[in-house]
Design a protein around this ligand. Structure first.
Ligand SMILES: [Zn+2]
Ligand SMILES: [Zn+2]
Length: 129
């Protein structure tokens, strides 16, 4: 009993592009300057290799600027210098825009200087003779 059974010579040449993820250049709006920048296919591949799941948020100049900012903070901390922070907030009472030398915690009201003094009169120098 000889049964000549030829194996299916047809090659499986489908679903190749299904598995292999193709990268295309993507355009992303920078969160810092708002300008669109191109996230190239090569960079996407690099990100995937590094196991990074999130796309970059900043264009290269902004990323560099941010790194430099962080660097400066790091260096200042290493040198024991206190960074002077200035955070722009709106006063919880009068709504005026003001800057505070700290990062306000969420849900905590922040007051402008005059409202703060009204709330905390004991911080005023008592010179009302
Ligand atoms: Zn930017
Ligand atoms: Zn105020």
């Amino acid at each position: 009993m000889s049964e000549s059974r030829s194996d299916d010579p047809e090659q499986l040449e489908n679903n190749q592009s299904d598995q292999e993820q193709e990268f295309d250049d993507q355009q992303i709006d920078c969160v810092d300057c708002g300008k669109p920048f191109v996230w190239t296919a090569g960079e996407q591949l690099f990100f995937r290799d590094k196991g990074l799941k999130h796309a970059p948020k900043r264009c290269k100049p902004c990323k560099k600027a941010k790194n430099e900012r962080l660097d400066a903070v790091m260096k200042a901390q290493e040198a024991g210098v206190k960074q002077r922070v200035e955070v722009i907030v709106n006063c919880a009472k009068c709504g005026v825009q003001t800057t505070v030398p700290f990062y306000p915690s969420q849900g905590r009201p922040v007051y402008c200087r005059s409202c703060f003094l009204v709330k905390n009169p004991e911080t005023l120098p008592s010179d009302d003779g």
